[in-house]
Every structure is written in C-alpha cells, then in structure tokens.
Write a protein that binds this ligand. Structure first.
Ligand code: PLP
Length: 404
C-alpha cells in the first residue's frame, strides 16, 4: 500500500514563522499607513560586495566560451575554492584541515539537515534549547526523535541542553549520553559565543564518550572579541570528534547565491567507519555540486578586495547590533548577544510570554521580532531581534520602542 513517510507526518508544523507572518499581515491590513519594521529577519539585506559581483560577471562570461565552459562540478567542489577555504579559514588560524577534507555545498542549511543521514537511526541527538530548528526537524524526518509532546514542545528521544542567562547561554555537559551533539556558536537565536576553554570541554567530552559534535559555524565572521574560537578545530582533539559546517550567507551575503561547506577530517570515525568516506559517498550520490559561477564568487570572498569589503559589510550589521543592544539597555531591557553575533536576545519585560511581547511590540511600535519560545521551551520569556535591517529602519524601530 502506498504510504507517505510517517516520520514526516510527526512534524508539528512551522508554527513560528507562519504565525509571525500572519500576525504581521493582519496588523498591516488594519494599519495601512503604518510602516511595519521587520527585525525578525535572518536574511541579509546589503547588496553583494563589488569584488564578488566582478567575479560573478567574469565567471558568467567564461561560461559562454568554449575554453571557459564548465559542466558538472567535481563532487567535493572546485579545488580553487577548497584550497582557499583550507588556507584562509583553517591554516591561517593554526588549524589543520586539508583541502580534500572540505566538501563544498549550496549552503549550510542543507548540510545541517543532511549530515544526520550518515549516522544510524538509533543514534541519540543532543541539541541546545533554544535551537535553530533544522537540527531537530531533520532528525524528526529521519525517525530519530521519538514522540512529540505538544504541551512541553519536546521530543521524547532528544536530549535538550538548556541555554539560559544563568549558564551564559552555553550548555552544560548533558546528564544523559548523546551520540550526536549539535553546537552552534556564535549562536542563533541567543547571539551567545563560546570561549575556547568551554569548547575544549565539549571536544574532550565527545572524545571520552565516543560522540560526534556537529559544529555549525555559520556566524563565525561576526566574532568581534579576541580569543574566541572561529573553528572547533582550534581545540585539541577536535579532528577525532567534530564535523564543522560553514555558510557563505551571513559573512558574504550569499543567502540568494547559495554556497557553504562542510569539513570532515579523515580520522573521524563512527565505530570503524570513516565518516569522510560516507559523506563523500552521499555527496557523490545525491548532489551535483554548487554552480561554477557561484564557487568563483566564493573564491572572491577570500581575495584582499573581497575581505576588505566584507569586513565593512559585517561592521554595518554589527553597528545595528550595538545600537539595538545599547538602545534597549538604556531603556531598561535585559539584553544579551549582539557582540559576536547579529542577534540580540532580550528578556521580555515583566516576565511577559514571548508571544505576548510579540503582540505588544507589533501593536504599539509596529516592529516585528521573533518570539523566543518558537526556538524551544527555554526560549520562553525571551525575544530575538536581528541586526540585518537597514540603519534607518533599525533607528526608527528603536525610537518607536522607546516611545511605546
Ligand atoms: C545557525 C544557522 N545555520 C545555518 C543557516 C543556513 O545557512 P545557509 O544560508 O548557508 O543555508 C542559518 C540561517 O539562518 C543559521 O541561522
């Protein structure tokens, strides 16, 4: 009998962003003259940097010539880009990652979601709470998460690691033993960063317990404080227990161009099985490569010109982050994040629920943010604002919040 994948049917539905959009739409219809400001977006807004646009144009022109035409890309990605990644993101930081351990992809979301395929269905996952929903939902689709409890919003077979103000939004080592640990620093949604010392504890824990860490470094470029790890491979022993995932979306504005990569060290094993070989097999079977022109654009990210332009772009967003952070603090809000990440995580005033604060902000200020409870139970009574808006909108939003 034809039957849909029953694991997909367990997904509770994308309540968070659809409800945010619905409420925003209803407010706009009721208040057609009031401009709604969206500080809820996780998408960048600045145009692609000129050095990258130039590389794109050149690659497009090449594709129109006999000698410059490129068809299917190599499975792991073009060598020019893998070399640039290994050199700039790793060697320059004292990390040992070779170009053939870098798998180029069309972005971090796919890699974050697909990586679980190379692990057994019985593996137990541990996630931070609150969390970027992709890690959990893709394990739900794979039938690895057990039963969902609507009331508490938790899955029976997932180990949740609360990230709260008390622990500085970095999780404690779990009481139960996980096989796969998802970590993301700088963090979405809390904006928290992790010290090298804390990350080293996780690496040691994973090595001692035979677990693997999937380290999502999508926001690495936003680290502004010295001494914080940009890669998990800065920690000793990480090559034996960690997979690292990167995106070009937030450091270089590729949300629409699509480019990312995953690193799997050759010595990383699950039992006797080398995970590098499994991911290579998966990549070769299910994926035909990021476009040549986009990989060329990715190469420009590592050019001197590209680096200088992107530094400015990130500084632009981080000025918004600091304006939001300092502005809200001056108004008496309890605010976190916004120093090494483009996300500001605030405690709702008067212990309002995340959704009540969402309604209050929309109704009184015409500003849309994201309720923290949508990222997990420990996000309740918190609220996420992003620094990805324009300077003008960010300033206007702050002015309105102050007046409300
Ligand atoms: C933590 C985290 N990882 C991954 C992604 C996805 O990145 P990409 O655009 O490369 O798919 C996002 C996007 O918002 C994110 O917040």
């Amino acid at each position: 009998m034809l039957k849909a994948n029953q694991d997909y049917l367990k997904l509770p539905g994308s309540y968070l962003f659809s409800t945010v959009a619905k409420k925003q739409r209803e407010y706009q219809e009721a208040n057609p003259d009031r401009k709604v400001i969206r500080l809820s977006i996780g998408d960048v807004t600045q145009p692609i940097a000129p050095a990258i646009i130039k590389a794109l144009h050149e690659a497009v022109d090449e594709m129109g010539t006999e000698e410059g035409f490129h068809g299917y890309a190599p499975d792991l990605g073009y060598e020019f880009l893998r070399n640039a990644v290994a050199e700039n993101d790793y060697k320059a930081r004292g990390c040992e990652v070779s170009p053939d351990e870098v798998f180029i992809s069309d972005g971090a979301k796919g890699d974050c979601g697909n990586i679980q395929e190379i692990f057994d269905k019985d593996c137990r996952i541990a996630v931070c709470d609150p969390v970027y929903p992709v890690y959990v939902d893709t394990n739900v689709m794979a039938g690895r998460t057990g039963v969902y409890d609507e009331k508490s919003g938790v899955w029976s077979d997932v180990i949740y690691m609360p990230c709260t103000a008390e622990n500085g939004f970095t999780p404690e080592l779990p009481g139960q033993k996980p096989d796969i640990i998802y970590l993301c620093f700088p963090n979405n949604p809390t904006g928290a960063s992790i010290t090298k010392e804390s990350l080293q504890k996780w690496v040691d824990y994973a090595n001692e317990n035979g677990a693997v860490i999937i380290y999502d470094a999508a926001y690495e470029a936003y680290i502004s404080e010295a001494g914080l790890p940009h890669s998990i491979y800065e920690c000793e022993g990480a090559r034996n227990c960690a997979i690292e995932i990167h995106s070009f979306s937030k450091n270089a504005g590729f949300t629409g161009l699509r480019l990312g990569y995953t690193v799997i060290p050759r010595e990383l094993k699950a039992g006797d099985t080398a995970l590098h070989a499994l991911w290579a097999r998966r990549h070769g079977t299910k994926y035909n490569g990021a476009p040549y022109i986009v990989q060329k654009a990715g190469l420009a990210v590592y050019s001197d010109e590209g680096k200088a332009q992107l530094k400015e772009q990130i500084a632009y967003y981080m000025k918004n982050a600091s304006d939001i952070r300092e502005g809200l603090k001056a108004m008496g809000y309890e605010v976190y994040g916004g120093v090494n990440a483009p996300y500001i995580w605030l405690k709702t005033p008067g212990n309002l629920s995340s959704w009540d604060f969402f309604d209050r902000l929309l109704e009184n200020a015409g500003v849309v943010g994201t309720p923290g409870s949508g990222f997990g139970p420990s996000g309740e009574h918190y609220f996420r604002l992003t620094a990805f808006g324009s300077r003008e909108n960010t300033a206007e939003a702050l002015k309105r919040i102050k007046e409300m």
